[in-house]
Each structure stands twice: as C-alpha cells, then as structure tokens.
Write a protein that binds this ligand. Structure first.
Ligand code: HEC
Length: 143
C-alpha cells in the first residue's frame, strides 16, 4: 500500500508530463482519447477478392498450385502486370468445364493475342489436372 500509492502518483505525473509535451496545437481536443496511430491499413470499403473466396476449396487448392509455379511473377489478382489480372480473366470467361480445359491447355502451351501482344510462356511441366485446378481458381475470382 505504501508503495503503490506514490507509484500511481508518479504515473499520473508522467502522463501529465507527456501530455504537456504533446499539447499545444490541439487545445480543443484535450479530452479525446488518442487515436491509434496507423495501426493497420484501414479495411477497404470493398472486401478483396482474396477475402471473398479464401475459404473456398477451389481457391485453396488452386492457389497452392499457383504458388508452386511461376504464375505470380506475371499475374496478380486485381492488378494487371505482365499478364491480365485474374479478376479480368474471371470476368471474361464463365467457369465452365470447357473454358477451364481450354485455358488450362493455353497455360501449358503458352499463347498470345487475347489480351495483347505479350505472350504467356508455356508451362510444359504442368499436368492438365494441375493447370485446370489453377484455372478453376482464376475463374472463381469474380467480383
Ligand atoms: C511470363 C509471364 C507469364 C507467366 C509466368 C504466366 N502467365 Fe498467364 N498470361 C500471361 C500473359 C501475357 C497473358 C495474356 C496472353 C494473351 O494475350 O493471349 C496470360 C494469360 C493467362 C490466362 C488467360 C488466357 C486467355 O486466353 O484469356 C490465364 C488463365 C493465365 N494466364 C494463367 C496463368 C497461370 C495459371 C500461370 C502459372 C502456371 C501463368 N498464367 C503464368 C503471362 C504469364
């Protein structure tokens, strides 16, 4: 008891000091609690496609395979880099078995001309099944 009280007083004094140092400009806001300083980026108004689909088994399986390949060096989910964004690809094609097979074949063989003059490199080491899982993930990413 004899120890805690002076300690508390000391803390109050310290807090007062800190306040005195920081004060000055905002005298009208003296009672407001301090805002957390840029703790985390504010949640976007729209939820990201990653968040929207992250629990879908197609998403999980496809992303895992995509991470094991080089797709990410040319594709991002919502931004065009070398290749179109996955969201743009998803907006263009319905997620049918036919489209998935067609696009998976293109991923394996490479190709150019649908999105521009930059070619996608071939991926001959991919099995059709793996490529289809990747494409199913891509076509899931609809807004
Ligand atoms: C060297 C860069 C590069 C890499 C690596 C790459 N892509 Fe692409 N991708 C492209 C480009 C460029 C296009 C656009 C091709 C076109 O215009 O026809 C494209 C197009 C696509 C398309 C749409 C095809 C169409 O006809 O609409 C899909 C799906 C795709 N990529 C998936 C993948 C996957 C999955 C991987 C990983 C296995 C991958 N890409 C790796 C550059 C790349």
């Amino acid at each position: 008891m004899k120890i805690t009280k002076p300690l508390n007083l000391g803390l109050v004094a310290l807090a007062g000091l800190a306040f005195a140092c920081g004060g000055g400009e905002k005298s009208s806001e003296t009672t407001s609690t301090p805002e957390p300083v840029a703790a985390a980026p504010a949640p976007a108004q729209e939820i990201s496609l990653e968040d929207k689909y992250k629990d879908d088994p197609i998403y999980i399986k496809g992303l895992e395979k995509i991470k094991g390949s080089d797709c990410m060096s040319c594709h991002m989910v919502e931004r065009k880099i070398v290749g179109p964004s996955y969201a743009d690809v998803a907006a263009k094609y319905e997620s049918t078995d036919e489209n998935i097979t067609k696009l998976a074949t293109k991923v394996i063989e490479g190709g150019v001309g649908v999105w521009g003059e930059v070619p996608m490199t071939p991926h001959p080491g991919l099995s059709l099944d793996d490529a289809k899982d990747m494409v199913a993930y891509v076509l899931l990413l609809k807004k």
